[in-house]
Design a protein around this ligand. Structure first.
Ligand SMILES: [Zn+2]
Ligand SMILES: [Zn+2]
Length: 298
């Protein structure tokens, strides 16, 4: 197994837990993942531990992960690779493998927390570096418009399907039960979505109205504004899926349940904007009308 060392950046906080985990993968040369904030002491400690360094990888550009990269690159002379490179950085495309000595890190695009988020999987042993997509403790922040709940849940599914052996997160402790963790994350979001839909069904119309219903006893009231962003992310996903609709504009936005009609063929709930459920809609498309019959509506 490849050598993995963590250096904890000195930026503890409600969203960064004990601080950002900077990961040093392999030796002679190593690869550094997420140098963290531009903290000279931390960056020098990383350089000390990691040299020689072949590359610096960024999971995403949030201020708790990326700003130290430039200083580190200056100290050790290694390139900075990212999905959406900024000045002095190089593009790392999904599916590319960063190779250095005995290190092989596959870049996996995992949008959701941010559109540009990458995770890195070490080959062949399957250690997964997840940045802010999966944390060692608690859940990741999905804050629209940067955060996208539908993309996030697809990313979690694709990480689960990769069957990682261990998760090295951007914050919090190492996760030695990655399958359980990813399934827990998926279940948690699915349940949350379910209870948000129920709250909308009971007449709650805005994230602020929904939060106390859904988070009561689970989050401190001081965290409600943050929870409201997460509820909004779920509502926007549900809107795209046709389960809720938005009325009003901007500050006066409200969400309502979309009343689904019964499928004209089987009686189950019809797909949004269609007379049929999804399955019958497909079947109807595939049934060619008998020759010579004029097109009719049933
Ligand atoms: Zn982040
Ligand atoms: Zn972070």
């Amino acid at each position: 197994m490849i050598r993995v060392v963590r250096l904890l950046a000195p930026n503890p906080g409600p969203f960064t837990l004990e601080g950002t985990n900077t990961w040093i993968v392999g030796t002679g040369p190593s690869v550094v993942i997420d140098p963290g904030p531009d903290d000279p002491g931390h960056i020098l400690a990383v350089a000390d531990e990691a040299e020689p360094v072949a590359a610096i990888l960024l999971t995403h550009h949030h201020p708790d992960h990326a700003p130290g990269a430039r200083r580190l690159a200056g100290v050790i002379g290694a390139p900075v690779l990212a999905y959406a490179p900024e000045e002095h950085e190089t593009r790392l495309a999904p599916g590319e493998v960063v190779e250095a000595g005995d290190v092989r890190l596959l870049a996996i695009h995992t949008p959701g927390h941010t559109p540009d988020h990458l995770c890195f999987m070490s080959e062949p042993d399957g250690q997964l570096f997840t940045g802010d997509t999966v944390l060692g403790r608690g859940t990741s922040v999905i804050d629209p418009p940067e955060g996208d709940m539908a993309a996030y849940m697809r990313s979690l599914e694709s990480l689960r399907d990769l069957e990682p052996s261990v998760i090295y997160p951007g914050h919090g402790p190492v996760v030695f039960t990655p399958k359980g963790k990813l399934e827990h994350y998926l279940r948690h979001r699915a349940r949350r979505e379910e209870s948000i839909l129920e709250a909308v069904g009971r007449g709650k119309r805005t994230p602020e109205e929904i939060v106390p219903e859904v988070y009561a006893g689970e989050a401190a009231e001081a965290m409600y504004p943050v929870a409201a962003r997460s509820v909004l992310a779920h509502l926007l996903k549900l809107e795209r899926e046709g389960a809720v609709a938005r009325t009003g504009r901007h500050r006066d936005e409200r969400f309502v349940l979309v009343q689904t009609k019964a499928c004209a063929r089987c009686g189950r709930a019809a797909a949004p904007g269609s007379r049929f459920c999804r399955r019958c809609g497909l079947a109807a498309l595939q049934e060619a009308p008998p020759p010579g019959t004029p097109a009719t509506s049933e």
